[in-house]
Every structure is written in C-alpha cells, then in structure tokens.
Design a protein around this ligand. Structure first.
Ligand code: ADP
Ligand code: MG
Length: 597
C-alpha cells in the first residue's frame, strides 16, 4: 500500500485536474511515435478521459510494468536528464493517475498477434488479459479523484475543465503539426486536424483561414544555443487575453514571463489589455534549460535568460520590421514550407551545426553604418591604428550614405524637443533619437573586426585608480576595450593609464566614461562570457553608454540622416536592449480610434 500512497502524493504534483491527465497521456502517445491521437472526454474529463493512439504499443511485460512507480522505459542514465528528447522520463505519471482513478490500458505492438489489457482501480492492479485490438494504445481513465474527494471538490465546472482539456490538446497539436489530433467532447467532435508539414496550416486549423492569411512567418533568428521560429499576427489583430499566445520550448508548451516581456518589447510595446496572437517556437540547447523545475507546470528556468530574450525580441522585431518595409520573406510565398521537427530528435547537435553556418536567410545586408564623430578633429592618432585621412575627414558627412533621404519618409516635425516625427505611406512614425543612436552605434561596433574603430590619443594620458582586486577584470576585458578603440595600459599595481579613446567620445568625458564602464564589470553586474563572442555584450553596454551621453538635440536637427542610418541597420526596430527606436501609428489605427468616438 506504501506505493499507492506514494503515488497519490506524487499525483498531487502531476495530476491536478483532467487537463493534466490528458497532458501526460498525450505526451506518452507522442513519445510512442504516434501520428494519430484521439482524445475523448466526458463531463469535463471527470467521468472519462480516453486517449487512443497508433504508436508503438507495449509488449505484455511492459504493460504489466508501466503502472509501477518509476517504471519508465525512457530513462537510461542521469546524463539523459540533461538531454531531454522525450517528453516523459520520470515514470511517475501512469502510477499517479492510476492511484486516483480507474484506469484501463489496452495496447498492442504491430508485431504482436494479440494485444493485452490491464486495469487498475485506485492503485490496485488486476490481472492482465488478452485483447483483440488495433496496433497502438488506448488509455481510458474513468472516475477521476473518486478516492480523493477533497481533490475532486477543487475541480471547477465541467465546462471549465473541458476548456482546459481542449486548450491542452490544442497546445500539443500546435507543437506537433505532423500528428493528426481529434478531440471529442461528450460525443461531439470539437476538432479534427489532419497531420501536416505546414505549421501555418495547423495554426489555420485553430484560428481559421481568414485570420491565418495575416500570419507573418518569423524571420529565423539565432543566438548561441537558441533558435526562434514561428508565426506572428499583426498588432491590429490583437486579442484581449493571452489565450492566443503560444510558446514552445523544444516542443513543450511553456509559459514564461520573461519571454512574454521580450515579445512585448519586440512589438515595440502594445497597449495594456491587448495581446497579439503569436506562435513562437524556441529551440534551446537542452543544457541551457531546466525543464523539470515543476513536473506538471509549464515553468522553465533558463541558464542564460538574457540571450534568449534578446533572440525572441529580435525575432519579433525584425519580422515586424521586414513586413513594415513591405519585405515579405521569400519563403512566405510558398504555402507548404516544411516545419523543422521541433523535438524527438537530438537538439544539441543541429543547433551547434546551424550556428557555425551562415544565417539561413541572409539578413538584408546593409552597407556599414557610418558613425559620425561628435568631434570634428582628433588630436593625435594612436600609433597602432594609423590615421586614415580620407575616412576620418569624410566621416562627419557620412560618406557611405550619400543620400540622406529615406524614400517614402517625410519629416514633419519634432515632438517636445524629444522625438522626430515622420509621415510615410502607412501613417505616422515617431523616432526616438537616443534609442536610434544606440542601435546604430551597437551595429557599428559589431563591425569593428572588419572596420576598426578609430582612436584619438589623449594629449595627457588620464590616470584611473582601481581597486587592486579589480585589475584582473580589467585585464580580462582588455581585448574588447582595444577592439572598441580604447587604449588602456596598466601603470603600477592599482593604476591604469588611459591613453586613447574612440574618436566619437568627447575627450573631457573620457576618463569618467571608462571608469564607469569598468565598474560595470568589476562590480560583477556584467560578466565576460568566454564561451561566446564576448564583444557583443560589451558593445551593447558601450552603445547604451555612448548614446546616453550624446546630445540628442544635434540629432533632432538632422532627423533624416539619423533615420537613414537607422534603417540601414540589420535590426532597426529596437535597441540591442529591446527598447523601441521607431513607433508607428498606422492610419488604420488612427482612423479606428478617432471614428470610435
Ligand atoms: P514516462 O512517460 O515518464 O516514462 P509514464 O508513467 O508516463 O512514464 O509511462 C510509463 C511507461 O509506459 C512509459 O515509459 C512507456 O514505456 C509506457 N507507455 C505509456 N504510455 C504509452 C503509450 N501510449 N504507448 C506506448 N507506451 C506507453
Ligand atoms: Mg509519460
């Protein structure tokens, strides 16, 4: 009886309501390789949950085992825990469900002449019998929580529970478009979506053809160990709740506030109470996530949340930006783009391979963005970076963007001395100059390997006092400092000598600037990550700081030039930290708002 009790305790974690039973059963069917899964419920799932699949089925021995605790066939070693290809690996679900219901399992492997059936009532297993049945498995769970009345009392109305079950099946259907899903409620077929290779078609099965025509395919976005794909709906089709926002992590539906926030930033924010419909698929190296923070809930913990949020944000922002520019992705035109299998395959390897390849879709490669110096002249040039007179002299007039007109945009004014206003064919566009500069500078810094950043030498080197313990940190970021145009030499045990800074940094602010920059690292607010490009976070930090100390009035005086530079960026829509640079107010929106009065 101990085991039954243990299972009931475990059931508290795994089986909260009918939808959680459905989740476990459907996941098992998916793990069994099924491409047809039928879910039937009665009375919200309380009186019956029946999941039928055409998966691999179980042998006689396996059926006898599967109701015992930790009888999973899926866990091979503790190393597997970090490489989760399968949805279940705890061997806890079936015993837990069996301990609080009447479960009956009928199953047959394709190679067996006959199937087997076993049933179990409140954890008490009855003898195995033979059964004639089709290959696959049918799990029938009746009378849920019949022996745990308190739990049963906590259930909501049949209607509500059925709604949760439907949502659960839908989640799985969106995560596994190649599987046909049928959902039957109280004898009525609620949906029957055929298996497809086309994710858009699967989504259309739920949101309707008409809505589906507005779906935008997410520009494939990658960061180390992270890949983002999926579909977005325009903000104009936003809903009043989040029920149309779906996030999948390595095939599992997840709910995560940091991702939700990244999406909001990617859209450039949206009005409170509005939630654009979206279907985002994240593939993350399993080693970077803890999926089993909670066995049944959809919480995950990311080891590098900032990179993930950046990838999500950039995916959303660049997709919207591409569509705003009228640049549909070429693949958008073909209607049946194969969806990459999202799970049930080793995830680590493909991601690593993809990361070494060039981006699958070349980003609209812009000519390098010029970074006009704030100072007209530089005193002396660093000896290690011989001056390039032409480039230097030409820089203020931005030689690489001879036309400072952006076709389709007309400057119509300045708002409160803070924002530039433009009109384009879509409507009104507001530009935040500081955010724009941050993006431009960031991308320019990232090009520094190909186009070195020019330095200006200080006539009298500045001395920066450091804590001795922090000198190691300075040594660590020396290469990044150099790459960004700073020359910092060690000068004694706890002293640095600042010898040169990038041309666009005002000299009188140089030492304070560098000191503050170093503090971010010495205080541990930012760490260098050796395993990936350490320059990028550094550049992000630097760009934000540069932009902050700039005089925005100067840029507001040349709004077109700033806009031109911004639109040449790979991701013009937001700062590297996700703040919007441009805020569009489409005519349709304006008219809708004004007519609504
Ligand atoms: P887990 O999924 O964590 O392994 P479960 O308790 O959910 O644990 O399932 C126990 C075992 O029962 C599985 O490992 C699998 O071998 C078998 N099983 C469960 N459902 C199915 C199914 N639909 N088809 C084939 N085998 C199944
Ligand atoms: Mg399972």
């Amino acid at each position: 009886m101990d085991d039954v009790l243990a299972s009931q305790v475990a059931a508290g974690e795994v089986v909260e309501r009918p939808a959680s039973v459905v989740k476990e059963l459907v996941e098992n069917s998916i793990d069994a390789g099924a491409d047809f899964i039928r879910v039937e419920i009665r009375r919200g799932g309380v009186s019956l949950i029946k999941v039928t699949d055409n998966g691999c089925g179980m042998s006689r021995e396996d059926v006898g085992m599967c109701l015992l605790r930790h009888a999973t066939s899926k866990l091979y070693s503790s190393a597997d825990l970090f490489d989760i290809k399968q949805l279940g690996f705890r061997g806890e679900a079936l015993p837990s469900i069996a301990s609080v219901s009447l479960i009956s399992i009928t199953t047959r492997r394709a190679e067996d002449v006959e199937g087997s059936r076993i049933s179990c009532e409140g954890g008490v297993i009855s003898p195995l019998t033979n059964a004639g049945c089709a290959p696959g498995t049918e799990m029938s769970v009746a009378n849920l929580f019949f022996n745990t009345p308190v739990r049963r009392k906590f259930l909501k109305s049949d209607e509500t529970e059925a709604g949760h079950v439907e949502h659960q099946v839908r989640l799985h259907a969106l995560a596994f478009p190649h599987i046909r899903f049928v959902f039957v409620r109280d004898g009525q077929v609620v949906f029957d979506v055929p298996g497809t290779q086309d994710l858009r078609q699967r989504i259309a099965g739920f949101i309707g053809r008409e809505m589906a025509s507005a779906l935008m395919r997410v520009r494939p976005t990658e960061a180390p160990g992270v890949r983002v794909s999926g579909f977005l709906m325009p903000l104009s089709a936003a809903r009043r709740n989040r029920r149309m926002q779906f996030f999948f992590l390595n095939g599992r539906p997840i709910e995560d506030t940091i991702i939700t926030r990244a999406v909001r930033d990617g859209y450039g924010g949206f009005p409170t109470g509005q939630h654009p419909a979206l279907f985002l698929y994240l593939e993350v190296e399993p080693a970077l996530v803890d999926v089993n923070v909670h066995p049944a809930k959809r919480e995950v913990r990311f080891r590098r949340p900032s990179e993930l949020t950046m990838a999500v944000l950039e995916a959303v922002a660049s997709t919207l930006a591409a569509h705003a520019r009228g640049g549909d992705m070429p693949e958008e035109k073909t209607s049946s783009v194969p969806v990459p299998p999202l799970v049930l395959r080793p995830v680590v390897q493909p991601i690593q391979q993809e990361l070494t390849l060039p981006p699958s879709e070349p980003l609209r490669k812009a000519p390098p963005t010029p970074l006009p110096p704030l100072r007209e002249k530089t005193e002396i040039h660093s000896p290690s970076r011989p001056p390039e007179p032409q480039a230097r002299k030409a820089a203020p007039t931005a030689p690489e963007c001879p036309t400072e007109d952006v076709p389709g945009f007309r400057h119509i004014g300045t708002l409160k001395d803070q924002y530039a206003l433009f009109e384009n064919s879509e409507g009104l566009v507001l530009m935040a100059p500081r955010a724009a500069r941050e993006r431009i500078i960031f991308e320019r810094l990232l090009q520094s390997e190909r186009r070195p950043i020019e330095s200006q030498r200080l006539l009298v080197p500045e001395i920066i006092e450091m804590d001795v313990r922090d000198m190691g940190v300075v040594r660590d970021i020396q290469p990044q400092l150099e790459q960004a145009g700073f020359h910092v030499a060690e000068f004694g045990r706890n002293t640095l000598r600042l010898e040169a800074v990038p041309v666009f940094l005002p000299l009188q602010q140089a030492s304070v600037f560098v000191h503050e920059l170093l503090q971010v690292y010495t205080r541990g607010e930012l760490r260098l990550n050796r395993s990936r490009n350490p320059f990028e976070p550094f550049a992000r930090q630097l760009a934000a700081r540069y932009a902050r100390q700039e005089n925005t009035a100067m840029w507001l005086a040349e709004p077109m030039r700033l806009l031109a530079q911004l639109l040449r960026c790979e991701i013009p829509y937001c700062t590297p930290g996700g703040k919007p640079t441009l805020l569009p107010f489409p005519m349709s929106e304006i008219q809708r708002k004004l007519q609504a009065q």
